[in-house]
Design a protein around this ligand. Structure first.
Ligand code: ZN
Length: 258
């Protein structure tokens, strides 16, 4: 699918109209659990049909998680090709989403400063619900955040995004003592390192990709997430970000296999 800037504008205005949840300024602090429960019915509502001049994207109700995934990846293609359109960064958009957010994708990414998520997907304010930590690990807090982004806010895509030369993975492979709480990160990444030990190819690259798959497995243990998947309301994918090219490639189960 090809999304030009006009269509992007249309898409953006459509997803902004998906008033699944008017959160206002109340934020997470005031009873997210209550809201999650009370919004269950609202959350499954399909977006309203919206008058538009676009031939390709007429209503967001016609759009599947696959469609949103294509839109996400189209943004990365623009970034790679240096054709960024920088959608949804206007003052108007700021005002629009201040009333409520409907991010179409939730992304668990590494905190690495070289992986600025909105930039590498060429998206703007209110488009992506981004959860980050070193090593993109699915701790209970991160899973809760992901459940919030998908179940409550209605994201149709969930991506776990690892990246080239991830320091957290490198530290885990090195196996040296680490200071402070960094050990908890290393412990979470260790299974991926063990799985890929002895495999052909670059051990860091293999472990990063295996870690993406392992974290997805952990996330999939959430009944909230599995329900969304079963109802075809959510697409879960693994991604690998190349620091040199800026490209996000899809990580499959066959990681580490030459
Ligand atoms: Zn990293």
């Amino acid at each position: 699918m090809n999304y030009n800037s006009n269509e992007n504008k249309n898409f953006s205005s459509q997803i902004s109209r998906r008033k699944i949840l008017k959160y206002g300024r109340s934020g997470l602090a005031t009873g997210a659990l209550t809201l999650a429960a009370s919004c269950q019915k609202e959350n499954v509502k399909q977006p309203q049909t919206t008058p538009t001049t676009s031939a390709k994207i007429n209503t967001s109700s016609e759009m599947s998680p696959d469609n949103f995934f294509e839109i996400l990846m189209a943004g990365n293609k623009r970034f790679v090709e240096n054709q960024r359109t920088s959608p949804n960064i206007t003052r108007e958009r700021l005002t629009e989403v201040a009333a409520g957010q409907n991010p179409f994708a939730t992304i668990l990414s590494c905190a690495d400063s070289r992986v600025p998520v909105e930039i590498i997907f060429d998206r703007g304010i209110g488009d992506l619900f981004v959860v980050r930590n070193a090593g993109n690990i699915a701790t209970p807090e991160e899973i809760g955040s992901i459940e919030y982004g998908t179940f409550v806010l209605g994201s149709k895509v969930l991506m776990v995004l690892g990246h080239e030369k991830c320091g957290a993975v490198q530290a885990t492979i090195a196996g040296e003592p680490v200071p402070g709480q960094i050990g908890s990160i290393v412990a979470a990444i260790k299974p991926a390192v063990e799985i890929t030990q002895g495999q052909p190819g670059d051990p860091v690259r293999n472990a990063v990709k295996a870690n993406v798959i392992e974290q997805i497995k952990i996330i999939n243990s959430s009944p909230v997430i599995t329900q969304l998947i079963q109802e075809s309301k959510l697409k879960v994918v693994g991604g690998y970000y190349d620091l040199d090219s800026g490209e996000v490639s899809i990580v499959s189960e066959k990681v580490g296999v030459a």
